[in-house]
Structure formats: C-alpha cells, structure tokens
Design a binder for this molecule. Structure first.
Ligand code: ADP
Ligand code: MG
Length: 249
C-alpha cells in the first residue's frame, strides 16, 4: 500500500527522519514505536502528503504521494492527529461527520453512518450530541477515530490514538481497536510509544530512534532478538507491561 525508499526529512534544526526504507502491505497493521522526538509523527505526515521528503520516494498504491491531489488522498486515508484534534465548537457528531457533511451527504445517510460507527468504536450514541469538553478522554479519542473512519477509507493513520488515556481505558480501547481493525480489513499505521500496545495491535513493528530505523520485524522477532542495545533496553524497560507468562506476548 505504501512504499518508502531512501526517505529523509530534515527540519531546520537538523532533526527529522531517515533514511527510511519501508513497505506497508495492504490489510495489515504496522505499529511505529519509539521515544518522543524519534520521528514517528514525521513519518505519518510523509505518508499523508502533509510533509514532503527531502530525498527518496514515498509511494501510495504505486504512485508518488507528492503531486497527488491532496483532497483525493485524504478521502482514502483516515487520519487521527496526535492529541485527537477535535474542534471544540462542534459536537462529537459534528466532528465525526465533518468530512461526510463537506462532501454533501444527506442527514439520514450521515446519521446511519454515525450510528454504525458509534457501535464499532463502542461510543454511547447519546455522547454524539455533546461537545468535546463534555466527553471523557476515552470518549474523545473514540470520536476522533469515528471522524477518521466516516468515509470508510482503506487506510487509517493514527498518531498516538490512545495517548492521553489512563491504563484501564487504554486497555479497553486497545481491545476494541484490535477487533475493529481485524473486522474492517484496513491498512493501518498506528504510532505509539507503548510497547504493549504495539505488540497487541501490530502485525509488524517499526522501532525508531533519533529519526533512524532501529529495527523492523514482527513483534515476536523484536521481542526475541532485539537488533541492538537500544532496542534491548527499550524492550526490557517495558517488558513487565506485556501480557502472558514471563512477559512475552
Ligand atoms: P515523535 O512524533 O516521534 O515525537 P516528531 O516526528 O514529531 O517525533 O519529531 C522528530 C524530530 O523532529 C524531533 O526532534 C522534533 O523536535 C523535530 N521536529 C518535528 N517537527 C518539527 C518542525 N516543524 N520544525 C523543526 N523541528 C521539528
Ligand atoms: Mg509525535
């Protein structure tokens, strides 16, 4: 679905991402994981066409992302920005339905879609008429997911979709997400700095450090044979939080 070859992105301060080579196959979930500042959000922005690579190519469905119609791309990629990004002056339903309304969907069709999505993400339907400040953190993040899903895009790009949640809510939402991704057959790239979340959600992991790829592989590969000292420490520090006997998932 996505292919990156030799992609680098540098910001004026010298930080950024790359070089990165990466393939994201259709219908699978890739978890991008790494410490704060390692380039996770930059990677998502490159996939979305919101940032442009200095070098290398970012391809979506075989075509280079830069130069493609940004609006057409956005209909194919649901995006949850880090922090959720709900508009405070719109209700939850107004936020979730934003893109569909923009495309001129009639109210009956939109209401049916929002009802369907609120079941999928386990949001109580009455929450749709509340404003973001009247929602719990978990509810707000479910609304952000509904907004990303409303046009039923084949791709979901999620930047720390469970970022600000307490551990119990996180755990519940993680299980809901895993079921939803499996049921929908989407191509998903989800950013997290939580190893347990990455292991639970990802078919593959991409571990970033200082803008470089520290390791890519299946969760089992990364846990069983960390590529270097950094990965070993990163995995070791979070191992207790993993489910299953002895910590390994
Ligand atoms: P992460 O999402 O993993 O926390 P980011 O992709 O947001 O990391 O950022 C990677 C690095 O690039 C960080 O060092 C960050 O400070 C820097 N950076 C991100 N955006 C900008 C920007 N617009 N201008 C300058 N530096 C930036
Ligand atoms: Mg980030």
């Amino acid at each position: 679905m996505f292919e990156l070859s030799g992609v680098t992105k540098r910001y004026p301060g010298g930080d950024g991402l790359g070089p990165v080579d990466l393939a994201v196959p259709a219908g699978r979930t890739l978890c991008v994981i790494g410490p704060s500042g390692s380039g996770k959000s930059t990677l998502l922005r490159l996939l979305l066409g919101l940032a442009r690579a200095d070098q290398g190519q970012v391809r979506f469905e075989g075509r280079e992302v830069p130069g493609q119609d940004v609006l057409a791309l956005r209909r194919r990629m649901g995006y949850v920005v880090q922090g959720g990004g709900l508009f405070p002056h719109l209700t939850a339903g107004g936020n979730a339905g934003l893109l569909a309304r923009h495309l001129g969907w009639d109210e009956d069709r939109l209401a049916a879609r929002l009802a369907e999505l609120s079941r999928l993400v386990q949001l109580p339907p009455e929450a749709l008429s509340r404003y973001p400040r009247q929602l719990s953190g978990g509810q707000a993040q479910r609304v952000s997911l509904m907004r990303a899903l409303v046009l039923d895009p084949p791709v979901l790009l999620l930047d720390e979709p469970m970022g600000a949640l307490d551990p119990v809510t996180r755990h519940d939402l993680r299980l809901d997400l895993r079921q939803a991704f499996a049921r929908l057959g989407k191509t998903v790239v989800v950013v997290t700095h939580d190893l347990a979340e990455a292991v639970a959600l990802g078919d593959r992991l991409l571990l970033l450090r200082d803008g470089r790829v520290a390791q890519q592989g299946t969760p089992a590969e990364v846990l069983a044979s960390p590529a270097d000292e950094f990965v070993a420490r990163f995995v070791g520090a979070q191992r207790e939080s993993l489910p299953g006997p002895g910590g390994a998932a």
